[in-house]
Design a protein around this ligand. Structure first.
Ligand SMILES: *Cc1c(COP(=O)(O)O)cnc(C)c1O
Length: 217
């Protein structure tokens, strides 16, 4: 696969779903990928990337940002409150707002600085013990609380359980977003992004299908 192949598949999925062309944003997930592979994708003109660890992104992206204009970074992994300030400086969008304490910390820093990355709230649609995210039953309240803190919440994000039908989780996420007036849906990865687009994804997070298998670090 290549960046072009994935872009073509996204366009086709948009068409098949009767959606506007270019409506879905492709986040190229570059976590754990060697710099050479990331640079190759930057050289092809792509500018939107996802990382799941603040520390790794901090080590990698300031340098790329010096050499390439218009880079947009998305945090798609868990965020600890003590890394909130660093994350807010580095990332344009945070997809993993998932608990009241983090919301309070982000809101306080946002007020101090007069700016804030856009936010997605992660929902643990599969109610998995080991996974981050608010439970579906708590989502409505958490979304309204985050909005009341003036956080720029744009949508919801989920990572479906590995061995369940992803479409059920995408549909649940879309339903929760819709009843809360949120337009953004961050869902779909290498193995299921077309399905996610059919169910309304606005942001797909695709790693290995673009870059190749992650090199274990
Ligand atoms: C790694 C990761 C992805 C990308 O996974 P692929 O299967 O390589 O496309 C997407 N979302 C999150 C939250 C991830 O951690």
């Amino acid at each position: 696969m290549s960046l072009q192949d994935i872009s073509d598949r996204i366009s086709k999925a948009e068409r098949n779903a009767g959606r506007k062309s270019g409506e879905v944003k492709l986040i190229a997930v570059s976590k754990v990928q060697p710099d050479g592979r990331v640079k190759a994708v930057l050289d092809q003109g792509h500018r939107c990337f996802g990382e799941n660890r603040v520390q790794e992104a901090e080590a990698k992206w300031p340098d790329f940002k010096q050499h390439f204009d218009g880079i947009e970074l998305h945090l798609i992994g868990p965020l600890q409150s003590n890394k909130a300030r660093t994350a807010m400086a580095l990332f344009d969008v945070i997809h993993t707002l998932d608990r009241p304490k983090l919301a309070a910390t982000l809101a306080r820093i946002a007020q101090e600085q007069g700016s804030c990355p856009e936010m997605f709230i992660q929902v643990n649609t599969g109610e998995e013990e080991q996974k981050a995210g608010v439970l579906p039953a708590d989502a409505d309240q958490f979304i309204q609380d985050a909005l009341a803190l003036d956080l720029p919440v744009k949508g919801l994000m989920c990572i479906p359980p590995a061995h369940e039908e992803a479409a059920l989780h995408f549909a649940l996420l879309a339903k929760i977003a819709s009843r809360n007036g949120l337009a953004g849906l961050s869902m779909g990865m290498s193995s299921d992004f077309e399905k996610a687009i059919a169910l309304g994804a606005t942001h797909v997070r695709v790693g290995s299908a673009i870059f190749g298998d992650r090199v274990p670090g």
